[in-house]
Every structure is written in C-alpha cells, then in structure tokens.
Ligand binder design. Structure first.
Ligand code: BT5
Length: 325
C-alpha cells in the first residue's frame, strides 16, 4: 500500500503544469480537503514548492534536490528498479541495510540510499569514504535467476552503467579498471562497486550491488592517502551536481543494461565494457595475493574473466586479482 503522501505526489506529478483541484484530490485519495492542505504543508517542509491558487487548485512548481524516497522516485524513468526505495540520512553502510531488507523479503529492484555512511565499505573490508551529501551511496537488491559463478558479470555490468551515466551527464568518458573501478584520464578513481552474494549451490538467492560514486567532493575532503587516488565529478568538471539526478540516470542505465543482459547474455555487456576498458591492449601489472606479474591486457573473455597474454604468447583467463595503476 502506498502512503497517502506518495499518492498525492504522484497525482500532482501526473498533472505536471496543470493545477488539480483540492476537491479532485480529496475524492481521489478519499480524505478531507483540510487533510490535503496539511499534506501540502508537509511537502513544503520537505522542500517541494507548491503553488495553491483559489478556484484552480494545486500544482508542484519545483522539487527538492535532497534525496528521499519520494524525490528519487519522482521523475524516475524505470520500469522495476527503484520503485521501492529505502532512504537513511545516516547509516553505517547501505550494504547492511540492504542485506537486512533482503532477508525480510524486500524484493528485486529495491534500492537503499543514504546521504552519509559512517562505515562505508569497499572490497576485502577496506574503507569507503562516504560523507554527507557528497556522493551517491546506494545498494541495489537483485534476485536474478543465475548460478552464483556468474555474479561477477553483474559487477562488470554495473561498471558499464556507471560509465554510461557519467558520460551522458558530463560529456567526459571515464575508463573502467577491471573489475570494479571507474577512473578518469588522470587515473584517479571516482567510483567503486561492491557485489555481495547470498546463494545456494546452484542458484543466487539475492545479490546486493553497492555503488559508491564521488560527486561533490573536493580533494581536501579525503585523508591524504585517498587524495592521491580519488577524484569526484565536481573535481573533474568544476561544477556541483545533483545527486538525485545522477541516481535517476544511473538507475535507468542499469535497468536497460540488466534487462538486455538477462535476455541476451553477457556479450552485449562485454562489448560495451571493452569500449571503456582501462589499459586495453597495454601492458599491465596484475596483483594476485602477494604475487605481481606483468602481461598484456587482451580484453574480457566471454564469461567476463580478464584475458591476458603472457610474454611466452600464452593467453590466460584470470578470475581474481587487481590491476595495479
Ligand atoms: C570499492 O572497493 O571500490 C567498492 C566501494 C563500494 C562503496 C559502496 S557505497 C554504497 C555501498 N555501501 C557500502 O558500504 N559500500 C558500497 P575497493 O576496490 O576495495 O576500494 C576501496 C579503496 O578505495 C580504499 O582502500 C581506498 O584506498 C579507496 N577509497 C576509499 N574511499 C574512496 C572514495 N570515496 N573514492 C575513491 N577511493 C576511495
């Protein structure tokens, strides 16, 4: 059941430029006109700008930039992703909220977003800096009918959706560093992906894909060791961005790509990924546990593994490890 407020926003949204009368709203929502008026005041407190004209009714003039369940859903052009939004102003990690939500059967396409994470996490329990209002901190709950061994393909798919979003909005083309980093030309990282899985032997129960995208940070916002390696959309473009707008674009790109992937398989993702691939065709250093090796980065295998060509000419598939800068 949708809350009255959400229904009210949707009715106003549907009418876009037109006014909708208090009478029509009260009939549609089955509440009194004074209750409608109270809801409007609440919306204004949330940052919606609402115009009320006697004899004509109400219309929304502008929407708040801050993220919330309502503002993210308003104007979101997806079919199934992000229709259920869990928003926290502050949380330890959206991954934790998402895992709990998935256990409580919050289904496929639910997203968890936060303004701030106090213990944002990267892979292998590394920290992810996620201060208030500075970036997109989001976890998506998905229930693909896939065997667990294919889950890493979802990380690659997410990276493509992020790269496409950044390119569409900023006009800058980022690179994807295998498997999960989004970099700019200066080789600094502006986004990372954390894919966590709950699975039985041959079937994924659910997967939580965590996405962290730096948006409005300045370099001084990070500790020194992160400053060396991190960047944000603001640093790269010289302007502030709407986190809400970026979330909505990302969700749309992700949904389109995910649906294509589920229908057509990994090939569509692979081709796009390779167009953004960092150091494709170049010599790279790969770190696996404490072993470093050099080889030429050849591309992705049909299953998403990293294809490298060793100095002796042999081609090898790697499923884990990291490319050094
Ligand atoms: C990642 O890990 O890149 C995955 C990051 C996923 C973050 C999202 S935010 C929403 C969701 N909720 C969570 O708690 N997590 C997910 P990894 O490849 O391990 O990179 C981590 C490393 O990146 C750290 O060790 C730092 O060196 C560096 N780092 C930390 N914060 C950063 C930031 N904001 N920007 C760029 N680099 C950062």
């Amino acid at each position: 059941m949708q809350s009255t407020r959400n229904q009210l926003i949707q009715l106003l949204a549907k009418n876009k430029e037109d006014y909708i009368s208090g009478q029509a709203l009260s009939e549609e929502l089955n509440i009194s006109r004074s209750a409608i008026w109270k809801h409007m005041k609440e919306l204004e407190k949330d940052g919606y700008e609402i115009e009320a004209k006697s004899k004509r009714g109400y219309r929304i003039v502008s929407y708040p930039e801050k993220i919330s369940e309502n503002t993210v859903r308003w104007g979101l052009e997806t079919k199934w992703l992000g229709k259920n939004v869990i928003h926290r102003e502050v949380t330890s990690s959206t991954q934790i909220i998402a895992h709990n939500a998935a256990k409580e059967h919050k289904g496929h396409g639910t997203i968890v977003i936060a303004d701030e994470q106090t213990s944002g996490r990267g892979r292998m329990n590394r920290d992810w800096h996620s201060k208030k209002g500075d970036g997109m901190w989001m976890s998506m709950i998905l229930q693909p009918s896939l065997p667990p061994y294919l889950a890493p393909q979802l990380t690659l798919l997410t990276a493509v959706a992020l790269a496409e979003t950044i390119e569409e909005l900023t006009g800058l083309t980022p690179s994807i560093k295998w498997p999960n980093d989004i970099l700019f030309d200066n080789e600094k990282k502006c986004a990372g992906i954390l894919t966590e899985l709950q699975a039985e032997q041959d079937q994924i129960q659910y997967v939580i894909i965590g996405v962290g995208l730096n948006i409005n940070q300045e370099s001084k916002d990070w500790p020194e060791e992160v400053q060396q390696r991190a960047t944000s959309l603001q640093i790269e473009t010289g302007k502030q961005w709407s986190i809400k707008q970026i979330m909505q674009h990302f969700l749309k790109h992700f949904e389109i790509l995910y649906d294509t992937y589920m229908q057509q398989g990994f090939l569509a993702v692979k081709t796009k990924w390779e167009a953004y691939g960092f150091k494709m065709g170049e010599r790279i250093t790969i770190r696996q546990l404490d072993r470093h090796r050099q080889a030429v980065f050849y591309g992705l295998a049909d299953d998403g593994a990293l294809l490298i060509k060793n100095d002796n000419g042999s081609v090898e598939r790697l499923y884990s490890g990291e490319i050094d800068w």
